[in-house]
Design a binder for this molecule. Sequence first.
Ligand code: UDP
Length: 243
Amino acid sequence: MSQLAYRRVLLKLSGEALMGNEDYGIDPLVLNRLAREVIEAQQAGAEIALVIGGGNIFRGAGLAAGGMDRVTGDQMGMLATVINALAMQDALEKLGAKCRVMSAIKINDVCEDYIRRRAVRHMEKGRIAIFAAGTGNPFFTTDSGAALRAIEVGADLLLKATKVDGVYDKDPKKHADAVLFDKLSYDEVIARNLQVMDTAAFALCRDSDLPLRIFDMSQPGVLLRILRGEPIGTLVQGRNAGL
Ligand code: UDP
């Protein structure tokens, strides 16, 4: 078994990460590739949990902007994350992995309820745990769900996969001279007014001193390389991260 720098990690994927080049829904080829990456990391010895967003299907804020009641919209968003979780479970199982979807809202004909001790047990037994329905509450995002669950299950690291390869001092799409940070402290993120996660998620990570790595998952093998300790993307952590 290879040496890993992390024992237990939680990977947050946005719903949009499942879309590939589509405008909506799930691209099976993209789903399959992501599932392979997760299995590769798990087979190297890591305990892995996943949180997948729902933005490829519904977001409550978007539905509310169209006139829908916000709480109903958020409930639809949470159900969208369950759909994505079931799709990922299917992809993982087709590839031979063991997996359990656990939902923050009760829909236990479809998947298990989230119970922290059971979630930890699944991971210890080599099952990939997928935490669906975010926090189970409206007005939150799956970034907050990911931070919360990572802290609850004692993850060593929260991984947030994004379309950009880390945190920059300014928007790299608009500014050619944008600089990528290797490391940031939570205080530096606030002082520089950088957007790495929504405020509630960020506060949870900071207050629990949970290290967070933001990276681009489009390169094959990147997840395993991070788990082996390669400094890919941007690491945000407690004090003295240093610049
Ligand atoms: N959501 C919610 N509470 C949560 C997590 C998610 O109400 O704890 C809803 C919210 O409407 C959100 C949607 O589910 O917009 C999908 O999640 P998110 O926007 O985080 O997905 P992503 O952007 O990661 O694809």
